[in-house]
Design a protein around this ligand. Structure first.
Ligand code: CA
Length: 213
């Protein structure tokens, strides 16, 4: 009996870990931008040189390693006085489920270059858009603002994830190059489902115990 109960508990734990692992799967490839060309450079629209990402918008993007005070490889979204704002998009692995909440984590900061500068960008995922802003830099420092965003896509098909410099470009102090890094998108485990799973595991154990008694 004791052995049987242990098996049931182990089974319930295995099932719950299975649920957790599938929910924890990251949907974004190379979200930290560490994989790509060995040397930093600018990338034009349609470039796929940065692993997992496609450059969009006429302004293009830049990828550098630890530049302007930001640590590690990152991507800079180039604004523009025209409608050609630079950005990146990704569609690989972005198959979303209806009714599931997704959490987006991203670092965003304005690239300071000898002056305090601000930056704006628009993030799109699952048909919903979010505005990223950073005007927190002081003393000419480049500092990330960390965003944690939640969304529940209405479609279950392949979903676009993109981040582009926001319009309009005003001037260097108002809308300059925004830098992004550490992009992670995961499905949030549903508390109700996990709760039912736990109750189900306990319910399974009870009848067997009563039989023994
Ligand atoms: Ca990085």
């Amino acid at each position: 009996m004791k052995r049987r109960s242990m098996c049931l508990v182990a089974g319930a734990l295995a099932l719950s870990s299975l649920v957790a692992s599938s929910s924890d799967a990251a949907l974004i490839t190379n979200g930290d931008f560490q994989t790509g060309p060995a040397a930093g450079q600018s990338f034009a629209p349609a470039s796929t040189a940065i692993t997992g990402w496609t450059v969009i918008g006429g302004g293009g993007v830049e990828r550098f390693n630890g530049n302007f005070g930001f640590p590690t490889w990152n991507v800079q979204l180039n604004p523009s006085p025209t409608a050609a704002f630079g950005g990146v998009r990704q569609t690989t692995n972005l198959i979303t489920e209806v009714g599931v909440v997704y959490q987006i984590d991203i670092d965003f900061g304005a690239r300071a270059e000898g002056a305090d500068r601000g930056a704006k960008a628009v993030l799109t995922f699952g048909g919903q858009t979010f505005t990223l802003t950073d005007f927190t830099g002081t003393n000419n420092t480049s500092v990330y603002t960390h965003y944690t965003l939640l969304t529940a896509p209405a479609a279950s098909t392949s979903t676009l994830f993109s981040v582009v410099a926001a319009s309009p470009y005003v001037d260097a102090a108002t809308t300059w190059k925004g830098v992004i890094d550490n992009v992670v998108v995961v499905a949030v485990p549903e508390p109700v489902s996990l709760g039912l799973l736990a109750v189900g595991g306990l319910t399974m154990l009870r009848p067997r115990r009563s039989v023994r008694a």
